[in-house]
Design a protein around this ligand. Structure first.
Ligand SMILES: [Fe+2]
Length: 386
């Protein structure tokens, strides 16, 4: 292998944009089989994503090289970008056009992509959706005039700080729609850093080791002096304190209550039946009065199929009522049977993450990275209704 060949690198953001544009990519993932089966880059046809573990590659370099299409530009991926750089160099030496994913899957898991849902309209509303692609986590910035609030931020606070500044706004509130179990919330820390109130509903925040304001049903949140109307709507079921935010009667930020094609799993507190009953009432009673044209904006998604052409993950409530399998079940007993039958085992780390999000324990960076690896598993795995 020659050391003189410079290895071409691609950032996670560049790779994501190329995937979105449908460019003909070929990804060689050199992590071990277990890591690959747990979590991988999505959005490619199966033939364009191949797993050849690093050590298997070194043991049988020639055999592995024969399986790599020479005519393609090969993107090599590993956990942190080290061993993939080494393999990319071997490929380059063999005359194969190759490049290395800078920072590997750690960088992929930390990539946050921002999409504008609403630019300032007559009410002055700006609504941004921040997609943490690798985890399929969504957070939001709502801004008007000189004020902004952040909803469900990840722990990567710098991304949000830059966005708030770019909007020429000042942060006035931080909100978590519920106590998250799949990722570490940046909410309490962000609120502390900026000296602004942190909101989460009491039912979910009991035992929290940091100050918070309970987000009660019907609370109207003021955004500076603007006319943007933001109302908290208690929508329990995924958790008892789950709260959605209705913005200008046009957008409903649903947290993990209602997704594009599923609903939030009700079993994370080991009270699956009780919480599933709450979820039924939320969907069929609490949300019944909302019009069909309200745009549902969730805190998670299941894959690229739930993304609109413009990159926004969302669905109108009317479409969800027609297409989301959870809405096809009409009676409460039928709903309970259907949901409770389709709950995958929850990752054991979720209980620890909940404690971290209450400030009851702390992860160091290494543990935080490990705990957050892979896509969220917050949805009930509902199959289509026949
Ligand atoms: Fe959740």
């Amino acid at each position: 292998m020659s050391d003189s060949l410079a290895i071409e690198e691609v950032t996670a953001e560049e790779l994501y944009q190329q995937l979105r544009r449908g460019e003909p990519l070929f990804i060689l993932d050199v992590r071990n089989e277990e890591e690959f089966s747990h979590w991988r880059i999505e959005g490619l046809p199966p033939s364009a994503l191949v797993n050849m573990p690093y050590f298997a590659f070194l043991e049988d370099e020639q055999g592995c090289l024969e399986q790599i299409p020479r005519a393609r530009n090969v993107t090599v991926v590993c956990a942190q970008g080290g061993s993939s750089a080494f393999i990319a160099a071997i490929l380059a030496h063999q005359g194969i056009h190759s490049r290395n994913l800078q920072g590997g899957m750690v960088a992929w898991g930390n990539l946050h992509v921002t999409t504008t849902i609403s630019s300032p309209d007559e009410s002055g509303l700006t609504l941004l959706q921040i997609n943490r692609v690798g985890k399929r986590c969504l957070s939001y910035i709502v801004a008007s005039g000189s004020a902004a609030m952040i909803i469900d931020p990840s722990r990567h606070l710098e991304r949000y700080r830059i966005l708030v500044k770019e909007q020429q706004t000042t942060l006035t509130h931080v909100i978590d729609t519920h106590l998250h179990a799949d990722h570490i919330s940046g909410g309490p820390e962000m609120a502390g850093l900026f000296g602004v109130p942190y909101h989460i509903r009491l039912d979910d925040a009991a035992g929290a080791k940091f100050p918070y304001h309970s987000l009660d049903d019907g609370t109207r949140l003021a955004l500076g002096s603007s006319v943007v109307e933001i109302i908290a709507v208690h929508t329990p079921g995924h958790t008892p304190g789950s709260t959605s935010l209705l913005i200008n009667e046009k957008y409903l930020l649903t947290g993990d209550t209602l997704f594009v094609s599923s609903i939030g799993r009700p079993d994370l507190g080991h009270k699956a039946e009780e919480w599933a009953r709450q979820l039924y009432r939320t969907l069929f009673e609490r949300m019944a009065s909302l019009p069909d044209d309200v745009l549902i904006l969730p805190a998670h998604y299941a894959g690229a199929a739930e993304m609109r052409r413009d990159g926004v993950v969302g669905i109108t409530l009317g479409e969800a009522r027609l297409r989301n399998p959870a809405f096809q079940v009409r009676t409460e007993p039928e709903f309970l049977d259907y949901v409770l039958e389709h709950l995958a085992p929850q990752p054991s780390v979720y209980q620890e993450i909940r404690r971290v999000n209450l400030g009851q324990m702390l992860f160091d960076e290494e543990h935080a990275l490990e705990a957050e690896l892979g896509p969220n598993q917050c949805a009930a795995s509902l199959p289509p209704r026949s």
